[in-house]
Design a binder for this molecule. Structure first.
Ligand code: NDP
Length: 250
């Protein structure tokens, strides 16, 4: 049996997943619940989160929790409330996946709207910072905690026209490196980055409107790396940036 086939892989773990209502976040939530995790579904839209909740319950997974929060306006106070809610409800947190993000504009820097820039940076970079800050005390108390941040190929090397999205993802790579150094002496917490690679979601369709979605992997097809990093098998692995899909041949 591979770790992915193990329906108890994440048994008794409590995981918070941002952007859980759609795309990759939805697939990770379903995949984790199917392996025994209690999933806290965080997102903007209640209806989407409710649909994921219903799917998990219908499949016989542990009862999830829903947290509606707009990460573009979430500050320290709101994130502290998230931490208190999780502590009161579950008394623990074993994993945190920063998955929510927005694309912003794809346009030359010369014409990039500074307000769009700020909005993208808030959702994609500031929110992972403040949420991690608020949740670290809970994560430190877990026997085995994993923080996973979502990067992108343009976070490894920024490309023309990708604007704040690219810069926010470069920031995510740096955040993982910095935090892993800071918590290197806390052996029960690890932090890593995932670049999902081209995946069939709404965001990908917005970024590449001319592309055939059928040519792309679905979120469900890239789950093994997420399960590995959020589960016990990655214990001791920290400060790294992983690709969920093999890189296309050059
Ligand atoms: P989607 O657009 O399909 O999903 C993004 C999720 O983020 C949605 O659930 C959305 O919620 C949530 N979100 C956006 N803004 C906010 C906000 N202000 N507050 C709370 N939640 C918010 O994107 P993907 O699934 O494609 O992307 C998931 C991650 O993977 C992102 O970090 C993305 O950058 C990264 N990625 C994706 C790639 C791809 O090819 N798909 C490639 C490389 C990286 P709502 O449902 O309310 O809109």
């Amino acid at each position: 049996m591979t770790p992915t086939e193990d329906t108890n892989l994440l048994k008794d773990r409590v995981l918070l997943i941002t952007g859980a209502g759609a795309g990759i976040g939805r697939a990770v939530s379903l995949a984790c619940a199917a392996r025994g995790a209690t999933v806290v579904l965080l997102g903007r839209e209640l209806a989407r989160l409710n649909a994921v909740y219903d799917e998990i319950v219908a499949a016989g997974g542990p009862t999830p929790a829903i947290l509606t929060l707009d990460l573009s306006i979430a500050g320290g106070h709101e994130c502290q409330q998230v931490a208190e809610l999780i502590e009161t409800t579950f008394g623990r947190l074993d994993g945190l996946l920063h998955n929510a993000a927005v694309l912003g504009d794809i346009t030359p820097l010369e014409s990039y709207d500074p307000d769009v820039w700020d909005f993208v940076m808030k959702v994609n970079l500031r929110a992972p910072f403040v949420l991690t800050q608020a949740l670290l005390p809970l994560l430190k108390r877990s026997e085995d905690a994993s923080i996973v941040m979502t990067s992108s190929s343009v976070g490894r090397r920024a490309r023309a026209f990708w604007g704040a999205y690219a810069i926010s993802k470069c920031g995510i790579e740096g955040l993982v490196q910095m935090l892993s150094d800071e918590i290197a002496n806390i052996s029960n917490i690890r932090v890593n980055a995932i670049n999902p690679g081209a995946t069939r979601t709404g965001m990908r369709a917005s970024a590449y409107p001319g592309e055939d979605p059928g040519s792309l992997r679905t979120p469900e097809e890239i789950m093994s790396l997420y399960l590995y990093l959020l589960g016990p098998d990655s214990r001791g692995v920290t400060g790294q940036s992983f690709d969920a899909q093999p890189k296309p041949a050059a």
